[in-house]
Design a protein around this ligand. Sequence first.
Ligand SMILES: [Mn+2]
Length: 474
Amino acid sequence: MSGPPSLIGKKYPAKQHARNVYNYLVKKNESTKNTSFFVSGEDLELYLYCDQTKPIRQNRYFFYLSGCDIPGSHVLYNTAKDHLTLYLPNIDYEDVMWSGLPLSLEDAAKKFDADEIKYASELKTDLELANKDSTKIFTTDINKFNTKYSTFLDAGDKDFFYALDESRLIKDWYELELMRHAAKITDKCHLAVMSALPIETNETHIHAEFMYHALRQGSKYQSYDPICCSGTSCSTLHYIKNDEEITPEKRSVLIDAGAEWSCYASDVTRCFPVNGEWAKEHLEIYNAVLKMQQVTMSLIKPGASWDEIHLAAHKVLIEEFLKLGIFKSEFTVEEIFKSKVSARFFPHGLGHLLGMDTHDVGGYPNYEDPDPLLQYLRLRRNLEKGMVLTDEPGIYFSPFLLEDTLKDPARVKYINKDVLDKYWYIGGVRIEDDLVITEDGFENLTGITSDPEEISKIVKAGLAKGTEGFHNVV
Ligand SMILES: [Mn+2]
């Protein structure tokens, strides 16, 4: 299936990526001048005692420098000559009857942004030559796909990784088009899930509905395992069991799922009431999370500190909990903020970088941070134009997370337990959109509505169709 029309006739800008990496590298460490890069892609592997291949996920650093998804390929960038060579696997004639003819060198040259396309059989000679032009040939790591070339390679250099990650951090026009496409596919999948309650009586059905609509749109891979939960399970952040019955008394559903397009991710979370009618407490929490997202979005622009925006979300949570009576009104927002008790209701970060990886490179999280408000924040730097990140506030009622808090006099004093008890059934609410940082703010790639009334209408319209309105056979 073809991708976005805007990319027809255009190539993934691998050569520019290689140049950018080199510029970051030399800026960081001048002694790396005249180093070359070599990265091997993933190759197909068989399961043990079996002639079937394992699922394959292309190496992201390799893809970044090549735009190539063919298993068993390699890329070499000779910086002295500003020359990028893509090496395709040697033709295995025995395999052609099973797998068909591989892409020819001529067709590969039309498809990929490389100065030269060769077969892997020429690699050893070329690496010897590149060794003469370069002080070193950097690679990310020595692994089973490149071990036979290891004598030519310098693996694991910190500055090389830094340069790769800084370059991947800022997305170019082509990458953004891929991400817009992934986001559009994901919008339709979420809409399909919200619209199909008559045939979604188990969490697995939500999972199935999402994947079916992704695949129908040409997205064969998910960016991550979809999180499909209902009722109290919505308090488990990365719940992937996805196999509980969705009974009417559960009331709440949370789905966090994103389709992938050409190795680029989307990552979107939506919540809705099972029967289309928001329960009182569910809507209260939903609106509080929506406000956290609206307030934080209003602060997003180049130069802004993501730490500060994340902490602003905590303040909104505290204000809303004071209004709802979950926190006791005798305390101020500032007092409760300082106690850090909000971290147990909103334990994860406000958002993370998004790109080829769902939790993309370059965020420099500090999981050892002693501050519980910041410990799981995966993006610890100021925002820059061209970054893509998620804005995903959440509020959870997790008995596991709150157990210690509710026993600790220093922290439980802020909480009205009687009021809190009315909210456990919700499990949790998270709202997650994908944003590109622009010159003066952001562009929201996510189009599926997060308006609670709109969502209610969509769910009800789906319910009105009844099971006969769907073509499922089981
Ligand atoms: Mn996310």
